[in-house]
Ligand binder design. Structure first.
Ligand code: NAD
Ligand code: DAU
Length: 355
C-alpha cells in the first residue's frame, strides 16, 4: 500500500511515520507536509534514507501539490493530520486555520475522490481530529461520539468544519472515511508552544512557567505513541463512516500536572527545594474563551476495536521528560528565530529570566 500521511513532519505525524515504517514494512509512506513553523524534518532524520519513506514538500492550500503527489506515488490511502493546531495562535490569527484546516481538507477530499473514482470503497481516508470539537464539559460527564459539536475557538471550529466535510463526503459520495477525535497528546517532538514541552523547556531555561487563569482547567492526557497505535487500529479495523473517540482516561488540572512535572524535573536535575522548578510557576491572564474541561469516553474504540493505551501516565511522562532532556539541541534549534516572536506576542513582558 502507498500511504500518504499529511502533516508527517509535525508532532503526532512524525511519531506516526516512525510507527508505520516500523510496524508495516511493506507499505510506502509518503509524508506530505508544507513545513510550517510546526513542521521539522529533524523529527524524521533517522528515516530520511529509508527505502519505504518519501517526503513531499507540499501545501494543502494548493490543490496542484496534492494531485501531483497522488499521480506520482499512486496514493492508495490517506491519514490526514496536517493542520494548524495551536489554540492560542488561532486566537491571534484565525485565517491560516480556515485555509489549511477547512479549505485544505476540502482540497484533499476532492483530489482523493477524483483519483480514486473508479473504486472509492477500496481506498481508506482516515481524518485525525480533536476532542475540542465537542466544546467544554462541566465538572462531570465525558465526550461520546454522539455528543453534539460545540466548538469554542477558531481552531476547534475549523476542525469541526473539517469533520463535517469528511462526514458529508462519506455520506454523499460513499467514500471510505473514518474520523478520530483525540484528547491532548504529549511525547517526543511536540512543539514548545504547547503546555508540556513549554513547561519542560522553561524549567531548563529558568524562565517562568505561565499558567493561564487559576490553573483549574482540566485536560485528558494521552501518550502520543498510544495515539499512533489507536490510529493504526482504526485505519485497519474501523468501520467506514464511523467516528472513534481516543483518550487516555487520564484527567489532570493544569496546575496539578504542572506541579507533577516540576517534581519529576527537580529529581532529574538534582534541584533542591529552594531551587525547585515549582518556584517558576506564575499565574497569567487567562486564554480568551478557555474551555474548562475535556474528557473522552473511549469505550467505543475499546469494545469494538480492542484498543487501550499501553502506557501509564507515569511511564509516558518519564519517556517524554527523558526525551526532552536528551534533545536540548532540538529545542534550541526551534526556539530560536520566529519562536521568539511568537513567545513575545503571547507572553510579552514576562519572558525574562524568572530567577
Ligand atoms: P503540529 O502542529 O505539531 O503539526 C502539524 C503539521 O502539519 C506540521 O508538520 C505542519 O508543517 C503541517 N501543515 C500545516 N499546514 C499545512 C498545510 N497547509 N499543508 C501541508 N502541511 C501543513 O500538529 P499535531 O499536534 O501533530 O497535530 C496533528 C493533528 O492531530 C492535527 O490535525 C490536530 O488537530 C490533531 N490533534 C492533535 C492533538 C494534540 O494534542 N496535539 C490532539 C488531538 C488531535
Ligand atoms: O484536546 C486536544 C487538543 O489539545 C488538540 O486538538 C490541540 O491541537 C492541542 O494543542 C491541545 O489543545 P490545548 O489548548 O488543550 O493544549 P495546550 O497545550 O495549548 O494547553 C493545555 C492546557 O494548558 C490548556 O488548558 C491551556 C493551558 N496552558 C497552555 C499554555 C500553552 C497554560 O496554562 N499555559 C500555557 O502557556
Amino acid at each position: 500500500m502507498n500511504l500518504m500521511i499529511t502533516g508527517g513532519a509535525g508532532f503526532i505525524g512524525a511519531n506516526l511515520v516512525l510507527h508505520w515504517l516500523q510496524h508495516h514494512p511493506d507499505d510506502l509512506v509518503i509524508n506530505f507536509d508544507a513545513l510550517t513553523y510546526a513542521g521539522n524534518l529533524e523529527n524524521l532524520a533517522e528515516v530520511k534514507n529509508h527505502p519505504k519513506y518519501r517526503f513531499v514538500l507540499g501545501d494543502l492550500r494548493n490543490p496542484a501539490d496534492i494531485s501531483k503527489t497522488f499521480s506520482k506515488y499512486h496514493v492508495d490511502a490517506v491519514i490526514h493530520l496536517a493542520a494548524e493546531s495551536h489554540v492560542d495562535r488561532s486566537i491571534y490569527g484565525p485565517a491560516d486555520f480556515i485555509e489549511t484546516n477547512i479549505s485544505g481538507t476540502f482540497n484533499l477530499l476532492e483530489t482523493a475522490r477524483d483519483y480514486w473514482k473508479t473504486d472509492l470503497s477500496a481506498h481508506r481516508f482516515l481524518h485525525v481530529s480533536t476532542d475540542e470539537v465537542y466544546g467544554s464539559l462541566g465538572s462531570c460527564g465525558k465526550f461520546l461520539e454522539t455528543t453534539p459539536y460545540a466548538p469554542n475557538s477558531p481552531y476547534s471550529a475549523s476542525k469541526a468544519a473539517s469533520d463535517h466535510l469528511v462526514r458529508a463526503w462519506h455520506h454523499t459520495y460513499k467514500m471510505n472515511m473514518l474520523t478520530t477525535n483525540c484528547s491532548n497528546n504529549y511525547g517526543p517532538f511536540q512543539f514548545p508552544e504547547k503546555l508540556l514541552p513549554l513547561l519542560i523547556n522553561n524549567c531548563l531555561q529558568n524562565l517562568y512557567i505561565p499558567v493561564y487563569g487559576d490553573g483549574k482547567n482540566i485536560r485528558d492526557w494521552l501518550f502520543v505513541k498510544d495515539h499512533c497505535e489507536a490510529l493504526d487500529c482504526v485505519f485497519h479495523s474501523g468501520k467506514s463512516g464511523e467516528t472513534y473517540n481516543i483518550g487516555g482516561g487520564n484527567e489532570w488540572s493544569n496546575i496539578d500536572i504542572v506541579r507533577y512535572v516540576c517534581k519529576e524535573l527537580d529529581q532529574r536535575l538534582g534541584r533542591s527545594k529552594e531551587n525547585s522548578c515549582e518556584k517558576l510557576i506564575t499565574f497569567v491572564q487567562d486564554r480568551p474563551g478557555h474551555d474548562l474541561r475535556y474528557a473522552i469516553d473511549a469505550s467505543k474504540i475499546k469494545t469494538e476495536l480492542n484498543w487501550t493505551p499501553r502506557h501509564t501516565f507515569g511511564e509516558g511522562l518519564s519517556k517524554t521528560i527523558e526525551w526532552y532532556l536528551g534533545h536540548q539541541n532540538w529545542i534550541k534549534d526551534i526556539t530560536s528565530g520566529t519562536y521568539r516572536e511568537y513567545y513575545e506576542l503571547q507572553y510579552g513582558g514576562q519572558n525574562s529570566d524568572a530567577v
